[in-house]
Design a binder for this molecule. Structure first.
Ligand code: DAK
Length: 275
């Protein structure tokens, strides 16, 4: 017999199948879930999907209680890339505008103050891989597949793929993946450092588990930790350390720091307020 939580998931998945919306939004406690919902086109990203994802991010940013965002795809794919049918006839100017729209979305994802988790259950190709890489934590299920196959189409990655991939896996592997366009499985993605974790069961359940884990931490610490990492990953060590010092010091202006340390010393759970 399915439990209450399992029923909620069954109903949610049923809703995905029945809904016309290209991006579904749901709030699960303090976690927001955005599901890209074009399963017949393997959730390919067209302008409508990108605009709907943008609107989804607005909802998360407007919610003071939000602690995490999970991004996933309905059906067998996460996202099989930018929509090739829509891209085919773009002029160079339109292509630049489309790339700017996609890069802006990926940048926005990366700059969210809450933790972002990509739950990848199937294909994450091209723009899909780029979107997943814009998340903080990348979870892949057994059937997850990753790649930057744009060269097969006579183009290069345009939503930040060349830049985010090289930062995640290094130049040698990034060049291999971008120049061959080959598709790799979850094991290889884990080995090269593209995946944060490989998940053997339901990837969405695992993502919820990670979101719940993060939700009880100090929200200010999560936000500042993200800034320390994202904003300084490419900095020389000395300036990165200087930035880390400033952000560390900023924690001591917050009640979360006082609460977290008091709770430890009083042997109780911290009750963070995000201030
Ligand atoms: N766009 C549009 N439709 C897609 C699609 C895509 N990316 N991927 C799959 N589909 C559609 C298929 O056309 C098919 O539709 P119907 O024929 O049923 O109507 C349906 O989804 C199911 O796909 P398949 O029948 O092909 O399914 P299979 O399981 O056999 O194969 C596959 C799955 C993922 C291996 C295959 O579909 C595939 O190779 N898809 C394309 C993957 C790909 O090349 N992705 C990268 C797209 S390029 C830029 C901006 C952005 C970008 C680049 C430049 N600038 C403006 C500078 C980004 C580019 C990309 O992401």
């Amino acid at each position: 017999m399915a439990g209450q939580e399992e029923w909620a998931w069954i109903l949610y998945l049923w809703g995905c199948l029945m809904s016309d919306a290209v991006v579904l939004h749901e709030k699960l406690g303090s976690t927001h879930l955005l599901t890209i919902n074009r399963p017949k086109a393997l959730n390919a990203l067209n302008a409508e999907v990108i605009a709907a994802l943008d609107a989804g991010l607005d909802l998360v940013e407007a919610d003071p209680d939000a602690r995490a965002l999970i991004l996933t795809g309905a059906g067998k794919a996460f996202v099989a890339g930018a929509d090739i049918a829509q891209m085919r006839d773009l002029t160079p100017d339109q292509a630049e505008a489309f790339a700017a729209q996609g890069q802006r979305l990926a940048d926005r994802m990366a700059a969210m103050s809450v933790a972002t988790i990509a739950a990848v259950g199937g294909f994450a190709l091209g723009g899909g891989c780029e979107l997943a890489m814009a998340c903080d934590i990348l979870l892949g299920g057994e059937a997850a597949k990753f790649g930057q196959p744009e060269v097969n189409l006579g183009v290069i990655p345009g939503f930040g793929g060349t830049q985010r991939l090289v930062r995640r896996v290094g130049l040698s592997v990034a060049l291999d993946l971008c120049l061959t366009g080959r598709i790799i499985d979850a094991d290889e993605a884990l080995r090269i450092g593209l995946l944060s974790r490989k998940v053997s069961g339901d990837v969405l359940e695992a993502a919820r588990g990670v979101a719940d884990e993060i939700a009880v931490k100090g929200p200010v610490a999560i936000r500042l930790c993200k800034r320390a990492l994202h904003e300084n990953a490419d900095s020389p060590l000395a300036s990165g350390l200087a930035a880390e010092r400033k952000l560390f010091a900023a924690c001591f202006e917050t009640s979360d720091q006082k609460e977290g340390m008091a709770a430890f010393l009083e042997r109780r759970k911290a009750n963070f307020t995000g201030r």
